[in-house]
Design a protein around this ligand. Structure first.
Ligand SMILES: Cc1cc2nc3c(=O)[nH]c(=O)nc-3n(C[C@H](O)[C@H](O)[C@H](O)COP(=O)(O)OP(=O)(O)OC[C@H]3O[C@@H](n4cnc5c(N)ncnc54)[C@H](O)[C@@H]3O)c2cc1C
Ligand SMILES: *[C@@H]1O[C@H](CO)[C@@H](O)[C@H](O)[C@H]1NC(C)=O
Length: 495
């Protein structure tokens, strides 16, 4: 046994030696302590990257058969204020602007624990430009396109110019880099089931894989994501009104029990972001997982119909449109969803371009001649075409996008694009309380929030930054800022 320990320590030294190069034997021998990262989304990958950079061996546990979590699906991009790319596009922005927008979006919740929350927001915005620089200069990802998203006073959400969406680009590139490093090892189909605690400090993780229950010792970074996809579990518990509502997130149990079982404080658990348009796939209409129908489809001129009638100004905020849909009768209870028709005229179809091609390819939207539609839908199309022609809408829409279809018999041979959508859950603002050093917090006997030794967290599993509402592009940013912070802190506690 003694000899064995000695050997492990030797291996550990080899692992942490920067001049060491990988060989198979060393790869198979595990050090007895390492940084353990739970979850292989962007937050976990950022933590692992910094930890191995600091010289610490890292074991990453991923419950799913494939890495990437929800991060790999992110499509709009990552926020940065005062970046080189904004500068190139002559967009003037500062961390202070970004701070103001974030505080506004966080809303009333900011008043609860104000100092704690504003410190987190400060850290997020102050480091944002450096994170974009890290991803482009050090990791090699293209983020040269800057777009304006709702709630931001200027364009500050960065993505690449190519076809690969930003989430996929970030996850695959980071993984490739990590897998070249002998200090890093990813174990998939391995679910963390408990944290090991000794004298009030976290000492490691118990996990289950095909070989049964195993243990890993060392400081722990929990980056296990949100719970929007857990519609009949955690979501039903904290938001009974949303129980059974499908999600743009993978359908999987919420991971927060790992943290609450060691006393972590949870914040903002009832604050859930919903989205009005997730596609109902005709091949699997009741699936709990839905593909997001981009906002742009409505922006370019698309309309929403329930029972053949418009019922809301389609360009209202996500919340207003979602609430208008949820006032209608759901079409199913097992998966609680609505059947809303999304319809684009030829002008809007053209403007939606490559997005639309992709949705057609996936069978989520189809093209049909107006004359082939149900009588009720033809009436709805004619009625709306009349609204556009007159410029007056009872529901208050003033921007009609690229809609150009005229009312009446002359439009019957024109092709519209049509699909069905429902309200979906999209993001959970709530999660474990944590501080600017990414340490997970618990309440002590005096009611103060104090760190739990040996435990860090980052990404969607944490709470307190977004308050009432997350700004688009700020979740990838929190993965980067606090994931890297957690990785650095955990590595320094190990070494
Ligand atoms: C369709 C879509 C588009 C989005 N677009 C954007 C965008 O453009 N910009 C933006 O900022 N945000 C966007 N978001 C939100 C953002 O992608 C997520 O909030 C963020 O990626 C979460 O990252 P994460 O690393 O915290 O968690 P995830 O990426 O979800 O990773 C968590 C991982 O942990 C694993 N895990 C969970 N529990 C365990 C366990 N017990 N043991 C082992 N493994 C476990 C999971 O299987 C998962 O792989 C989008 C979200 C969706 C769904
Ligand atoms: C939604 O409604 C359309 C008709 O408008 C129908 O063809 C389709 O089957 C419905 N889908 C579901 C899942 O109910």
């Amino acid at each position: 046994m003694l000899h064995h320990r000695h050997l492990l320590r030797q291996v550990f030294k080899v692992f942490t030696n920067p001049t060491y190069s990988a060989t198979k034997e060393y790869h198979m021998a595990l050090p007895d302590r390492q940084v353990v990262v739970i979850g292989s989304g962007f937050a976990g990958l950022s933590a692992a990257y910094e930890a191995v950079k600091a010289g610490a061996p890292v074991r990453m546990l991923e419950r799913g058969p494939k890495p990437g979590g929800n991060s790999i699906k992110a499509s709009s991009g990552i926020n940065g204020a005062g970046t080189l790319f904004q500068n190139q596009h002559r967009i003037y922005d500062t961390p202070d602007n970004f701070y103001q927008d974030s505080v506004k979006s966080a809303g009333k919740s900011l008043k609860e624990n104000e100092q704690h929350r504003t410190e987190l927001i400060r850290t997020l915005v102050d480091r944002s430009a450096a994170e974009v620089k890290w991803l482009t200069d050090e990791i090699g990802i293209d983020l040269s396109v800057v777009a304006p998203l709702g709630g931001h006073s200027v364009a500050r959400t960065h993505r690449g110019a190519g076809k690969l969406p930003p989430g996929a680009a970030i996850v695959t590139t980071l993984l490739k880099k990590l897998e070249l490093n002998p200090l890093f090892k990813l174990i998939t189909s391995a679910e963390a089931t408990a944290l090991i605690v000794e004298n009030g400090a976290v000492r490691g993780v118990e996990y289950r894989d095909e070989n049964g229950v195993e243990k890993l010792l060392g400081p722990v970074v929990v980056a296990a994501g949100g719970f929007a996809g857990d519609s009949n579990g955690m979501l039903a518990k904290y938001r009974p009104d949303l129980a059974g509502v499908p999600s743009t997130n993978e359908n999987r149990p919420g991971p927060h029990g790992l943290l609450s079982s060691v006393g972590a404080e949870m914040m903002d658990m009832s604050r859930v972001q919903i989205h009005p348009t997730g596609f109902v796939d005709p091949k699997d209409p009741l699936s709990a997982y839905k593909f997001l129908a981009a906002e742009m489809l409505r922006g370019e001129g698309g309309i929403l119909l329930y029972d053949g009638q418009r019922f809301v100004n389609e360009l209202e905020t996500r919340e207003v449109v979602s609430n208008a849909i949820m006032k209608q009768k759901p079409t199913s209870q097992s998966t609680k969803q609505w059947n809303v028709t999304l319809l684009l005229d030829p002008g809007a179809c053209e403007a939606a371009g490559s997005h639309l091609g992709f949705y057609q390819f996936k069978g989520l939207m189809e093209k049909k001649k107006v004359g082939e539609l149900d009588a009720q839908l033809i009436t709805a199309v004619d009625r709306y075409a009349q609204v556009v022609a007159s410029g007056k809408d009872d529901l208050g829409r003033t921007n009609f996008g690229r809609w150009r279809l005229k009312p009446g018999e002359t439009n019957r041979n024109e092709e519209v694009c049509i699909g069905h959508v429902t309200v979906v859950t999209h993001f959970t603002m709530g999660g474990a309380a944590f501080n600017t050093e990414a340490q997970v917090l618990r309440r002590d006997d005096a009611g103060q929030l104090v760190p739990i030794p040996g435990l860090w967290a980052a990404g969607e599993i944490t709470g307190g930054i977004h308050g009432d509402n997350r700004l688009g592009g700020s979740s990838l940013l929190e993965c980067s800022v606090f994931g890297r912070e957690a990785g650095r802190q955990a590595a320094s506690s190990l070494l």
